[in-house]
Write a protein that binds this ligand. Structure first.
Ligand code: 5RP
Length: 227
């Protein structure tokens, strides 16, 4: 028996335990965020009083099943904490996100958040972003035009597939998974891609993470605050 624990569960649970009574909480998407939502559900059953905004239909469904009270953007002006995963995070806390396809809602929610907590396992920490393909959410109309522009600015793309069809996001759009590795200047690339007509969002999250919580198989967590 190795006795190793799941680092995703360790980081997700740790982050969920930071949530306090009466907070407005952003609920991330993905296998790491799922552990945070599960722990929040337990805490709500024990009496924790929170309201939450989910970043995907999947997280909304899970939260509802667990009895976490969901609200809309008319009900809150900001979120105290959002707990969300990342596909990669660099030493400056720039994140690459959207492997789960929820980048647009995740970025809107992050933009309202006072303390964005990034929960990861050790594989997600990288020196330079971009080995994980960069998700770019594009409207269906004219996506081919965006794809050509992506190539013109130095990227390669694949249209994300699911079950042999183009993957469709919760917002009804396609995703181009783009290879720009190594991304030397994440803020510049984010701006360049967002300028392309037809792009809805790009999975580069700059200056958005405040706290990094990394779970380890030993069961320990490393917690770092952005400088
Ligand atoms: C979803 C995301 C996720 O945070 C990211 O893909 C990490 O997922 P996981 O926790 O399953 O590794 O950005 O759009």
């Amino acid at each position: 028996m190795s006795g190793e624990q799941d680092p995703k569960q360790i980081s997700g649970t740790y982050a969920a335990n930071l949530v306090e009574d009466r907070m407005a909480v952003g609920l991330g998407t993905g296998s790491t965020a799922r552990f945070a939502i599960l722990r929040l559900g337990e805490r709500v059953k024990e009496g924790l009083n929170i309201i939450a905004i989910p970043t995907s239909e999947a997280s909304a469904k899970l939260a509802t099943e667990l009895g976490i009270k969901l609200v809309g953007f008319n009900d809150v002006t900001h979120l105290d904490i959002t707990i969300d995963g990342a596909d990669e995070i660099d030493p400056d806390f720039n994140m690459l996100k959207g492997g789960g396809g929820a980048l647009l809602r995740e970025k809107i929610v992050a933009s309202l958040t006072k303390r964005q907590i990034c929960i990861v396992d050790p594989n997600k920490a990288v020196e330079k972003l971009g080995k994980f393909p960069l998700p770019v959410e594009v409207v269906k109309f004219g996506w081919e035009v965006v794809a050509r522009r992506i190539e013109e600015i130095g990227g390669k793309y694949k249209v994300r597939q699911r079950d042999g069809e183009n993957y469709v996001t919760d917002n009804g759009n396609f995703i181009l998974d783009c290879d720009f590795y190594p991304i030397e200047n994440p803020p510049e690339l984010e701006k360049a891609i967002k300028m392309l007509p037809g792009v809805v969002e790009v999975g580069l999250f700059i200056n958005m993470a405040h706290t990094l919580i990394m779970g380890h198989p030993s069961g320990e967590c490393t917690v770092r605050e952005r400088a």
